[in-house]
Write a protein that binds this ligand. Structure first.
Ligand SMILES: [Zn+2]
Length: 274
């Protein structure tokens, strides 16, 4: 199980780095635990998680993209936002499967069967998970997918933004919302969580680091959406191999940081500005 690397963010929160640069998180309270995302679905992941905790645990998916949710098939109680059930990623095509096997350096024998949509538990609006001394709010931040969820650890003021808002946010993928709709989500989230978040964590990032920021990335993203809606952004075309679409703000190709020193960045298409 050397494919999984862990970083202890604090005594209750562990980051697990998986093949293919995918990050999952394990949150442990005094009575139970919550696993955030499951990766592509490589065997041994559940066994590995159970070396990290002996507490009863459930799984909360940030969204139903294959790199975060396919592995949910290994677990018995898995929560998702019902708005993501419309996504076409599961079951995935053979072509997609071969692409991620190549990207992660894994072989097909290491894959577990994917979760069936009918086996998922559906979240209600603003559902909370009481882990004993820690409360996790499952808050929606639609955009990257219609049912994107941001887990928020209330007592620690930590939010796992995942793919929902980060330095390379994808709004050019099938099933995502428009930039205009995303902006509404960001404004609603900002109104609710302004002043309540100290640390923001992501689901992808450079090796040997904990990809994170402060709440400012959300405020920056609101500004980015305004630039895009006004057609005042840089609109830099990206090659198809990098996911395609238009990049809103100039970025250093090596560090993936914005050249103006800010963090929030957005990839979109002219068809989904809204
Ligand atoms: Zn995603």
């Amino acid at each position: 199980m050397e494919e999984y690397k862990t970083f202890r963010i604090n005594p209750n929160l562990t980051l697990i780095r998986m093949p293919g640069n995918v990050l999952t998180y394990l949150i442990q309270g005094t009575s139970s635990a919550l696993l955030i995302d499951t990766g592509y679905g490589f065997s041994h992941f559940r066994t590995f998680i159970e070396t990290l905790t002996k507490k009863p645990y459930e799984v909360l998916l940030t969204h139903l993209h294959v790199d975060h949710a396919r592995g949910a098939g290994a677990f018995s109680k898995v929560w998702t936002d019902p708005r993501d059930l419309s996504l076409t990623e599961m079951p995935i095509s053979e072509e997609q499967k071969q692409a991620f096997l190549k990207a992660t350096g894994q072989d097909a024998q290491s894959l577990i069967p994917p979760i069936k949509k009918q086996d998922l538990c559906l979240l209600s609006e603003n559902q909370c998970f009481d882990l004993g001394g820690l409360t996790v709010e499952a808050t929606s931040l639609p955009g990257h997918t219609p049912g994107s969820i941001v887990p928020y650890i209330r007592e620690q003021k930590i939010a796992i933004f995942g793919d929902a808002c980060n330095p390379f946010t994808w709004l050019q993928v099938e099933g995502c919302l428009t930039v205009r709709q995303y902006r509404e989500s960001l404004l609603a989230y900002n109104q609710r969580y302004q002043g309540k978040i100290n640390t923001v964590l992501f689901s992808h990032g450079a090796p040997d680091s904990i990809p994170q920021s402060g709440f400012g990335i959300l405020e920056e993203m609101i500004d980015v959406t305004e630039l895009v809606l006004g057609r005042n952004d840089a609109a830099i075309p990206l090659p198809a191999a990098a996911g395609g679409g238009l990049l809103a703000c100039p970025m250093d190709a090596v560090t993936m940081n914005r050249t103006d020193g800010k963090m929030a960045n957005l990839v979109y298409t002219t068809a989904n500005i809204g």
